[in-house]
Design a protein around this ligand. Sequence first.
Ligand code: NAD
Length: 260
Amino acid sequence: MLQGKCAVITGSTSGIGLGMALVLARQGANIVLNGFGDHEGPRTEVLAADQANGIRVGYHGADMSKPAEIEAMMAYADQEFGGCDILVNNAGIQHVAPVESFPVERWDAIIAINLSSAFHTTRLALPGMKRKGWGRIINVASVHGLVASAQKSAYVAAKHGLVGFTKSVALEIATSGVTANAICPGWVLTPLVQKQVDARALADGVDGEEAKRRLLAEKQPSLQFTTPEQLGELAAFLCSNAASNVQGQAWSLDGGWTAQ
Ligand code: NAD
């Protein structure tokens, strides 16, 4: 159980980050939510997930492409929650286009949000974690941190970078009581993937259900989407004592995608 710990989860107003917040809240952790869009709805949901511990749930709207805003979010966690004990670097965006016509501004945004933000949060969280002799850094990478797909050059570059960053940090902190690991999901049916389902339906002239089946059949042998809840449970495991010696790993939850 995670009573008294504070989990800062970037990009947690939706999708996987919200799934992680719900599971960690159920384990008794205080939560700092982050992300765009409505945050009162997610905050109410996360508060309701905790039945027993009287957790606190805060929100900071930092834009993960802006280092100064990331600094303000980490300072908020320090001031309001006694520091960040569990850091989940989850915020991420996608853009699909061939490399020759990939919009430069999208490349820069993907590298900033999907990769560089984890550097900023990690450098700011580590001193406090080391002082306490306990901490967990969980980087939400992707199967695209391990293998590539066409037309996703920025995303694949950022996620491979995030897996490499995780390993390097893990080596630096190996004796400190802090662990750093990456989680590599396959397809998860969140708003980020729904856009790709819609694009596929349009391109192939099929309905949404058929587009989902086609996306899964191409890459994910289980033919099942991974769920935010399953990813939350994996994050909870990485926070447990059982995982205290899991260090620098990239853990897939991909229905067999990367086994092929
Ligand atoms: P999502 O679009 O549902 O959620 C993304 C979250 O990030 C939202 O809360 C959004 O507000 C936030 N966000 C976006 N830009 C931000 C910014 N600049 N600053 C702060 N917050 C920002 O997407 P998701 O599918 O839940 O993705 C979450 C993470 O999981 C991403 O890193 C994504 O690459 C990764 N991932 C997703 C899948 C999938 O199939 N959905 C697979 C592998 C990895």
